[in-house]
Design a protein around this ligand. Structure first.
Ligand SMILES: Cc1cc2nc3c(=O)[nH]c(=O)nc-3n(C[C@H](O)[C@H](O)[C@H](O)COP(=O)(O)OP(=O)(O)OC[C@H]3O[C@@H](n4cnc5c(N)ncnc54)[C@H](O)[C@@H]3O)c2cc1C
Length: 281
């Protein structure tokens, strides 16, 4: 059982105790009647209907006009349903609504509500596994864990559990996209490669040794990061060498034109680089 489910259980236990004490304070026969499961289920159903009305009222306002206390009132309305009895038919719907509302509260009133939303979805998944909300609860929990709580490990696990439980779900693709194969890969062996050739050598005078695109042989043109591009031997240098070689070919054919692109404008500190010259011809 995870932390969130434990917490919700604790909260639920405290609330149920409060309910039990209230009932115990009633005269004997009335208390026995109030305690009857069918009475509790009816009370929970009426409470759920009241909570739905409160939510409808809240939803009639535009999101930026809804206050935190209004949200809390609706949440409390739904929570009361499962405080009356966790066995009422409406309980999974009420728990789902609490999770949804806490997610909205996270969007508007602070990220801490996202954690409550995640805990509530986890509680629903754990305690009401046959609920019609199970798929949605798992997907929403995984998405909260990934995007709002930044807990990739937890989100991967929730998505994987979803895949195992619902291999033919219509959300299969969505889950696969959220769970790239790399995340499922198991590292069996690794080696650190130190490649000295990865870094060019800016030895003084080495530019003099780099040939241009034209060669002394007719119809032989040179390209490559090692040629005279004005840039070090990097990918950018290699690209520039391609443009310069193409220019040389066209020039040799009497169709001279400029293909080499201008450098991107210097930004930040590099703007202060004295005498920055990018193109060498
Ligand atoms: C490990 C490593 C990391 C790097 N990291 C960076 C980086 O982060 N950023 C960066 O800007 N640069 C990096 N570089 C440098 C960059 O990769 C090179 O500057 C760039 O790829 C050079 O491009 P090129 O087209 O000139 O040559 P190459 O990419 O080497 O292409 C030459 C091609 O010619 C082929 N070839 C060779 N001989 C023959 C033959 N006889 N017949 C047919 N084909 C042949 C080769 O197989 C190769 O495919 C790195 C280099 C290495 C080795």
């Amino acid at each position: 059982m995870n932390w969130g489910v434990k917490n919700i259980h604790k909260m639920f236990a405290v609330a149920s105790l409060g309910f039990a004490l209230t009932v115990a304070a009633l005269p004997g026969r009335l208390a026995a009647e109030t305690n009857h499961p069918s009475v509790k289920r009816e009370a929970a159903a009426s409470q759920f209907a009241r909570a739905e009305e409160l939510r409808e009222l809240l939803n009639s306002k535009s999101p930026d006009q809804r206050s935190l206390s209004e949200y809390k009132k609706v949440v409390a309305g739904y929570q009361r349903v499962y405080m009356i009895t966790p066995h009422a038919t409406e309980v999974p719907d009420a728990v789902f609504a609490v999770a949804e509302l806490n997610t909205e509260m996270g969007d508007h009133f602070g990220r801490s509500y996202y954690q409550t939303a995640a805990d509530t979805y986890a509680y629903l998944i754990h305690d009401y596994p046959s609920s019609k909300h199970l798929q949605d609860a798992m997907l929403r929990l995984a998405s909260l864990e990934k995007d709002q709580l930044g807990d990739l490990a937890a989100s991967t696990k929730t998505y994987q559990d979803f895949q195992k439980k619902f291999p033919h779900s219509s959300h299969k693709r969505e889950v696969q996209e959220a769970l790239p194969a790399a995340r499922e890969a198991r590292l069996v062996k690794f080696t650190v490669v130190k490649e000295v050739a990865a870094t060019f050598s800016p030895a003084p005078g080495c530019d003099r040794l780099r040939p241009g695109a034209r060669s002394p042989i007719a119809n032989l043109y040179l390209a490559g990061d090692w040629t005279a591009t004005g840039w070090p031997a990097t990918m950018e240098g290699a690209v520039r060498s391609g443009y310069l070689a193409a220019e040389a070919v066209l020039g040799g054919d009497g169709k001279a034109q400029t293909l080499l692109r201008d450098d991107l404008p210097a930004e930040g500190l590099s703007r202060r680089w004295p005498g920055k010259q990018s193109v060498v011809r």
